[in-house]
Design a protein around this ligand. Structure first.
Ligand SMILES: Cc1cc2nc3c(=O)[nH]c(=O)nc-3n(C[C@H](O)[C@H](O)[C@H](O)COP(=O)(O)OP(=O)(O)OC[C@H]3O[C@@H](n4cnc5c(N)ncnc54)[C@H](O)[C@@H]3O)c2cc1C
Length: 497
């Protein structure tokens, strides 16, 4: 590596996590910070998911930073563009932009024992940092199924997280693959325009009514001029959501009431009993992500829509073939097939002490102490790391908990000059506790396969508890769970892979 730019803290990513981290460090007086972002603007999820109908499914007054309340949310569940503008404004208002290096994709990062720093290679130059904070997102790299024939398809193919706005769907014959959180938002938006829509559904999702509404000008006035009103709204939403944890993690049978509500919603939306049967899940609600929508189910009843209750098995130059053998002519395929969640690409690129890649450390499944620190990886912190995801509430709450913990860690490192690495026994004990708690959750007992699970069936994505308990765990940096790495007597210079 040649003349790397040196910095105390290097953050990767400018979604909610990376941005929030940069703001909180700035506020704590840690200014020697560089933020690397592969794209040309901040926003992460909300910059990339521009498909028609994209919106959050946790109310905006909770799905936002506690330190940057926004009185101007237009509705309970804000559309993508509003959330993206909010993140862009936050980056500007809190003075983070000068720290960001756009179009810098991290290609490799390796711990240098001799210099006691992280050496990071990007397509825009090299960096050396005392502390590395990875905030690359759990739902950031789209996943496409390996389908036979896909490369020979003569029409247009794209993933919902990389929407082709230049491709007019009017009068097209479109196949949509997947019926998850994104598909149920864009299907009703495109259905009126296309000539024909074939939706491939492997497993039907449970769908609840979406209680969304526009805020009145009086409400918005109150949010702006009486900040307590907005704080109360946020607190009310938080505790309302938090009550749902019991059903998810302690007693999945409590979810039966929610199932009845979802069944009634389905019956009201889909009069045809045969179509309704194909749309009725056979697993406990909550086992897969619960979706909310008022227009997805009615869209499936329209004459130009065909719901195939089978996966897509093969693609031919002008058609798609379902797992049940039926073939349909299409000219556009849209994948709503989710993301690389349990195989995040950055795990291939980060090498700890002794040249061990994060991916290899996770050969038996992802794990990290408090979802944040990994044994063998000194002065490295992960935001939205293993088992920090949620099925019921705002991810931003979890992100802010982790940010407080990591800020405290950075201040500890600053004060002591130590290089810290979580003890292996602390990491193991934490992970054992998480997996024990996972045993009784609806994600384990609910009778479904989901993207929460890795290929061994281990849930390495969700937090099996209340969010306030996670906040308690991450309230301060607990140096006693870490060991101090002494300078190496001698070491070979490292190369970044
Ligand atoms: C369509 C959709 C809707 C969602 N709705 C909700 C919701 O309503 N409520 C909720 O709680 N959660 C929701 N989520 C989850 C959402 O991802 C999180 O809430 C949150 O936005 C994650 O923020 P993040 O900063 O961790 O990751 P991201 O927003 O994914 O940001 C990661 C950033 O890292 C950058 N990056 C990645 N790799 C590299 C690299 N190698 N080098 C440089 N930069 C890199 C990316 O470009 C990106 O900007 C939704 C997710 C999706 C996809």
């Amino acid at each position: 590596m040649t003349s790397p730019q040196r910095t105390k803290v290097l953050i990767i990513g400018t979604g909610f996590a990376g941005l929030g981290m940069a703001v909180r460090l700035e506020q704590a007086g840690v200014h020697d910070v560089v933020v690397l972002e592969r794209a040309g603007e901040v926003g992460g999820t909300w910059r990339d998911n521009t498909y028609p109908g994209a919106a959050c499914d946790v109310p905006s007054h909770l799905y936002s930073f506690s330190f940057a309340p926004n009185p101007d949310w237009s509705r309970s569940f804000s559309p993508q563009a509003e959330i993206q503008q909010y993140l862009e404004r936050t980056a500007t208002d809190f003075g983070v932009r000068p720290h960001i290096r756009f179009h810098h994709e991290v290609q490799g990062a390796a711990w240098d024992d001799l210099d006691r720093c992280w050496r990071v290679r990007t397509n825009g130059g090299d960096f050396a940092a005392e502390v590395l904070i990875s905030a690359t997102g759990a739902l950031s790299d789209p996943s496409l199924p390996a389908l036979p024939g896909l490369d020979r398809f003569e029409g247009t193919v794209f993933h919902s997280a990389r929407w082709r706005h230049d491709h007019d769907l009017t009068a097209r014959r479109v196949a949509v693959v997947g019926t998850g959180a994104s598909a149920i938002q864009f299907v009703p938006q495109i259905q009126p325009d296309v000539a024909h829509l074939t939706v491939f559904q492997r497993t039907p999702p449970w769908i609840m009514p979406r209680w969304d509404r526009q805020f009145s000008s009086v409400e918005r006035w109150a949010f702006r001029h009486l900040p307590l009103v907005q704080r109360l709204a946020r607190t009310g939403i938080y505790w309302g959501r938090e009550q749902m944890v019991a059903g998810f993690v302690l007693a999945p049978n409590m979810m039966r009431a929610a199932e009845r509500l979802a069944r009634r919603h389905l019956a009201r939306s889909v009069p045809d009993p045969e179509l309704r049967a194909r749309l009725t899940p056979d697993y406990r609600i909550g086992c897969k992500r619960i979706l909310i929508s008022n227009d997805y189910l009615p869209a499936l009843t329209r004459p130009n829509v065909d719901l195939v209750a089978a996966g897509l098995a093969e693609v031919r130059p002008r058609s798609v073939v379902a797992a049940d053998g039926t073939e349909r002519e299409v000219d556009t395929i849209i994948f709503g097939t989710g993301f690389h969640v349990t195989d995040i690409p950055v795990a291939d690129r980060i090498m700890g002490r002794d040249g061990v890649a994060l991916k290899d450390h996770w050969a038996e499944g992802m794990k990290a102490y408090k979802g944040t620190a990994v044994a063998g990886f000194p002065n490295l912190f992960l935001l939205v790391g293993p088992n920090t995801g949620l099925g019921h509430s705002s991810q931003v709450f979890m992100i802010e908990s982790q940010i407080a913990y990591v800020r405290d860690a950075v201040q500890h490192i600053d004060r002591t000059g130590d290089v810290v690495e979580v003890r292996r026994d602390a990491e193991t004990a934490w992970d054992d506790g998480v997996q024990r708690a996972m045993g009784r959750t609806v994600w384990t007992t609910g009778g479904c396969a989901s993207w929460y699970l890795d290929d061994r069936g281990r849930n390495t994505t969700l937090w099996p508890g209340t969010t306030w308990r996670f906040r308690h765990h991450t309230a301060r940096f607990d140096a006693d769970a870490y060991r101090v790495i002494e300078p190496a007597p001698s070491a070979e210079p490292i190369t970044v892979g």
